[in-house]
Ligand binder design. Structure first.
Ligand SMILES: Nc1ncnc2c1ncn2[C@@H]1O[C@H](COP(=O)(O)OP(=O)(O)O)[C@@H](O)[C@H]1O
Ligand SMILES: [Mg+2]
Length: 227
């Protein structure tokens, strides 16, 4: 998925991952977490013909489509985008995780094994709708377990300031198979977009910070950055 989904990734990873596989896409606002997730799954689904579901809680589908247009990301028809932003306004007590689970079950029934890819954008937006207490953490563990039981490639987008640990609110860092860190670096008076693999189970990967580029239609890796 990663090597086929992001040009240049073959220089960063020696082999690819296989599902079930849960990846956290982390970084500060504007670090292109959403753009990265869209670019990756769009390429993956177009190449494989598999079915994917992208749940947006943070921004509307309209806004996502504008981003895709601007970044020249071509969305394939086998990617379903579901707008959760409306739900946010409705019933606060509503169990978003349960709702998401039902939706995944629905698409599993409809698409069977062709349904391989799920994106949640973002975890923070879900957390902002509920109190994060021991009970919520337990439910989040249960939710991650559920995603694994469905055999999906899962991307969970989650906000994180640079330098902050990836344990995040509910210790997701421990449960995740991979943690990607997106960011911005100052180099010679210029700001460079970066990607670093902090964790990637089962894979021999580079630990170096990579410069990434978004000007060639989606995200691609340019090469390692040295201090
Ligand atoms: N066509 C483009 N080329 C390069 N960068 C872009 C383009 N369109 C938007 N951006 C950058 O993408 C950023 C938003 O990315 P986004 O994926 O929404 O970030 P995040 O989800 O991490 O908050 C903008 O702040 C802008 O810098
Ligand atoms: Mg975003």
């Amino acid at each position: 998925m990663f090597i086929g989904g992001i040009p240049g990734m073959e220089r960063v990873m020696q082999s690819d991952v296989s599902p079930p596989y849960l990846t956290l896409v982390t970084g500060p606002p504007g670090s292109m977490k959403t753009g990265f997730a869209l670019s990756l799954v769009a390429n993956h689904l177009r190449r494989t013909g598999e079915f994917g579901l992208f749940c947006t809680v943070e921004e509307t589908v309209d806004s996502l489509l504008k981003s895709c247009q601007s970044m020249r990301i071509d969305l394939p028809p086998n990617l379903q985008i579901t707008d959760f932003t409306e739900l946010r306004k409705e019933n606060e007590a509503m169990d978003y995780l349960k709702f998401t689970r039902r939706m995944i079950q629905h698409f599993k029934q409809e698409r069977g094994h062709a349904f391989t890819t799920f994106v949640l954008d973002s975890l923070g937006a879900i957390y902002s709708l509920t109190t994060v207490d021991a009970d919520m953490r337990k439910r989040m563990f249960g939710f991650f377990d559920f995603l694994r039981s469905q055999g999906l490639y899962t991307l969970i987008v989650t906000e994180r300031q640079s330098g902050e640990h990836a344990e995040l609110q509910g210790n997701e860092g421990f449960i995740a198979d991979a943690i990607l860190s997106l960011g911005l670096d100052r180099r010679n008076g210029k700001i460079v977009r970066t990607l670093q693999i902090e964790k990637m189970r089962h894979v021999n990967h580079s630990m170096e910070k990579q410069a990434i580029d978004a000007s060639n239609g989606g995200i691609s890796i340019m090469g390692p950055l040295f201090d």
